[in-house]
Structure formats: C-alpha cells, structure tokens
Design a protein around this ligand. Structure first.
Ligand SMILES: Cc1cc2nc3c(=O)[nH]c(=O)nc-3n(C[C@H](O)[C@H](O)[C@H](O)COP(=O)(O)OP(=O)(O)OC[C@H]3O[C@@H](n4cnc5c(N)ncnc54)[C@H](O)[C@@H]3O)c2cc1C
Length: 426
C-alpha cells in the first residue's frame, strides 16, 4: 500500500465519515499505521449544516483544526410556536474556562467541518472505492475482505461504516433498525437581513418543530434551519417539498417563515428519516471496535450525531495509545476503557433524544396540550435540558483534561499527524 504497515501497529478503518476520519487522525498522531477504506469514490459528508459543541471543537483543535474557523458561539433557546421563551440553554463557565472556548454550540456547514478534517489526513491513508464485505479473525490478526477482491491483513479493525454498518452487523448481529416516527428537513441559506447572529431558536408547535441557527458557510454568515415532523417508515414524502415546508413554517412566529424566501430548494434542503437501533452494551468484540452511527444512530434532538462520532474516534485512539496491537490482552484492555468512557454516556444521549422526539411530536392531543401548558408556564423543560442533556456532556468535557487550556488560556499543542517513524514499508 506504499505506507507504513507494520505488524503490531496496523489499523484498518472501514468508513471515511466523521467518526472514521477522527479515529484515523487520532491514531496517526499516536504513531499507528492507518488505512481508511471508503466505499464511495471519495469521502463525502451527509446533509447540510450541523451544530458542533465545545468538546467536539476541542477534539478538532487537538487535530490541528482551528475552531475559530467555525465562527462564533450562539445562545440556544427553546420557544413555543408563537415565540414564547421556554428554555435559555446556559453556558457553563467552568467548561468555557477549561476548554478555552466560549459558549456551547457552533453552527457550521458540514462539508466545511468535514473538509477541514480530511485536509489533515496524509495522502494515501484513504482507500476509496473499497466496499467492506466481511472479516475473519486469524491467530495473528484480522483479515478484511472487500467487494473489489482486495484482502487486507491488519491487527485491529474499526467499523465506522454508518447506520447500516456491515462491520457492526457481523460483530453484533443485525441492527433491528426502527423508524423513530420522525422526519427532519434540514436546510441552509445565506444571510437573512435583520436577524441577530448570537441566537439560535428551537420552536415547538403541537406536533412540529421549526428551528434555526446562525452558521458560517465558507467563512460567510448564513443560517441553518430545520423542520421536524411526524413520519413513519412507509410515509410517502411530499411531491412539492417547497409548498409543504412553506405550509409548515406558516404556523410559526417570525422569522421562521422568512427562511423559505432565502433558500434554494433545489440544493439547500435534505430530508432525513430518523432510524435508531436498540442500544448496545458493547461496541467491541475480539479485534473489532465500532463507533459512530455504526453502533448508535441518533435522532436530531441530541444535535450531536456527528459530534459523538468524532468524540468516539478520539477516545478510541487515546485508549489505544502506547499499546502493541499484537498484544491481545492490551487491545482488550484498551477496548474496555473505550467502552467505559463512551457506551453509557452515548446511549443516554441517544435514548434521551428519542424520548424528547416522542414527547414533542407523537404525543396524543390531550397529552400534547398538557405538555405545552407545563412547558409554557413552568421551568420543567429548562430543568430537563440542563439535567438530562447538558450535565453529562459538561462532566465529560471536564474529564477530557488533556484537551484543557493552561493557566494562560493556551491550548495544548496539536500532536503531529504523522510523527517521524523511520523508513516506509508496506
Ligand atoms: C441527511 C442526513 C442529515 C443529517 N444531519 C445531521 C445534523 O444536522 N446533525 C447531526 O449531528 N447529525 C446529523 N445526521 C447524522 C450524522 O450525519 C451522523 O450521526 C454522522 O454522520 C455519523 O458519522 P459516522 O462517521 O459514524 O457515519 P457516516 O457519516 O454515516 O459515515 C459512514 C461512512 O462509511 C461509508 N461506508 C458505509 N458502508 C461501507 C462499506 N460497506 N464499505 C466501506 N465504506 C462504507 C459511508 O460511505 C460513509 O462515508 C444526519 C444524517 C443524515 C443521513
């Protein structure tokens, strides 16, 4: 393969999405030999815009990606359809200080964030056009087979091949994917005159959510906006998407209806039917570890699918640091650490996001009425968001000590992506 491929250091990753690329960067920084196999002709990001939270930005910073390129932080608010404030998502001063990054959520075009990650990968790491078929463990490692006929011998295999992961299916069985009853329309547009750039708002009506968030697109200000509505596995999508969305947006306070006028419906909108799987207790087996959507597809209420995949890749690489991958018990120990840090935390986020989606979009009418009374006139939703969404993510951020800034606010220097390792072999 024309790159280092030394027994004891060989990591084959299947899937060059955000999770696979994150794992590759983290492992290359730690001196491992990495090959990233992607079935597409080139790695491509899904969807339009995305919100990235502070721990994700700190991980990207550790790969040498400057979070300043992702624009400015923004306050997130929950409001009802008429615009009444329900939740003002707070910033945690301790996390801001520890990470040296203000705020919590940053809006960015996914292709921009992903391109920054891909740009950090050395040439020859990605093997495009390679579709995973199966793997077999051998006494000395693992052999991976691809549809092209390519067979690769490695020490470990990382399955980062998304929601319909073949690696995860072979390791843990069929995923039993189920539609969570939600569909998301994700859109983005350029600047909308007169809107503040320091606020993103999630509006909830009886069964539909309509929301927006400022973002940067190629360094230029713009907005992402999205609509969540009930759906099902057999629901037929509307033929006239623009008319459908304009109709839904009409039920919401200004500025929601205005976004449609600034959006090119032929290229700036994506439909996303949300599927989940029952939570897994383990994401590793033998010489195989999985991450991202391959083991935990998430609904949009976590605003965190891409972020969690990036964090998984980082934590897995960090757990493997300094280990010989020929040493079975050392690998098993690293995998156990990775699972201990990630599985319960991520499963909680996925399950909480699914529960919020159910409550907001699929509650029977009388329950929805009562819910809105409670959310409009009490601080229940504020407490729910703080306790069940933010608290665990903030605690996790504080535990990522190696990513914290020093007393002068200086971030730790990013490790070189490929430390000098001597002569190249294959
Ligand atoms: C349309 C859409 C919009 C979304 N919007 C948002 C959003 O706004 N915010 C958010 O947080 N999340 C969003 N998500 C979810 C988010 O994209 C995922 O959580 C995130 O991409 C997961 O990253 P990943 O690396 O685990 O998997 P993926 O991004 O799915 O990457 C998997 C990679 O594996 C490759 N692959 C698959 N099978 C094989 C194979 N057999 N062999 C080789 N390669 C293979 C794929 O081509 C792909 O490149 C969206 C998802 C979709 C579909």
């Amino acid at each position: 393969m024309g790159r280092h491929w030394r027994p004891g250091k060989r990591v084959a990753i299947v899937g060059a999405g955000p999770g696979g690329v994150s794992a590759a960067l983290g492992l290359l920084q730690r001196g491992f030999d990495v090959q990233l196999f992607e079935r597409q002709a080139e790695p491509k990001p899904l969807g339009g815009a995305v919100l990235l939270s502070v721990p994700v930005l700190a991980v990207l910073r550790s790969y040498g990606i400057d979070s300043a390129t992702f624009g400015a932080f923004t306050r997130t608010e929950f409001r009802n359809a008429a615009g009444k404030l329900r939740v003002d998502v707070p910033f945690n001063a301790e996390v801001e200080r520890a990470m040296g990054i203000p705020g919590w959520h940053y809006g960015v075009l996914r292709s921009t964030a992903f391109r920054h990650m891909l740009d950090r990968l050395p040439e020859g790491v990605v093997q495009p056009g390679q579709s995973f078929e199966s793997y077999a463990e051998t006494p000395s490692g693992i052999e991976i087979r691809f549809a092209s006929g390519l067979r690769v011998k490695a020490d470990i295999l990382i399955g980062a091949d998304g929601i319909r992961s073949g690696v995860s299916a072979q390791a843990f069985g069929a995923p039993d994917l189920f539609h969570v009853g939600l569909r998301v329309w994700l859109a983005w547009c350029g600047e909308v005159p007169g809107l503040p750039r320091d606020r993103g708002v999630l509006h909830h009506g009886r069964r539909v959510q309509a929301s927006y968030f400022p973002m940067l697109h190629e360094g230029k200000p713009g907005f992402e906006w999205w609509v969540v509505e009930p759906s099902s596995a057999d629901a037929v999508p509307p033929e006239d998407v623009e008319a459908h969305l304009r109709g839904l947006l009409k039920g919401f306070a200004d500025p929601m209806p205005r976004f449609a006028d600034h959006t090119d419906f032929s290229r700036q909108i994506f439909r996303w039917e949300i599927y989940n799987r029952p939570s897994l207790k383990h994401w590793t087996k033998g010489r195989v570890a999985c991450l991202g959507d391959a083991v935990h597809p998430v609904s949009p209420y976590a605003a965190y699918g891409m972020g969690m995949a990036i964090e998984d890749g980082y934590v897995l690489a960090r757990a493997l640091e300094g280990r010989s991958l020929s040493d079975g018990p050392a690998v098993a120990d690293a995998f156990a650490r990775y699972e201990a840090e990630r599985v319960a935390y991520v499963n909680h986020n996925v399950e909480f996001a699914r529960m919020l989606g159910q409550r907001f979009h699929n509650a029977p009418a009388p329950v929805a009425w009562l819910r809105d009374m409670v959310f409009d006139h009490t601080s229940v939703l504020q407490r729910l968001v703080e306790k069940d969404y933010l608290a665990a993510a903030e605690a996790m951020s504080l535990q990522l000590r190696e990513l914290h800034v020093d007393a002068q606010g200086r971030a730790p220097a990013a490790l070189p992506i490929e430390p000098d390792q001597g002569a190249s072999t294959d």
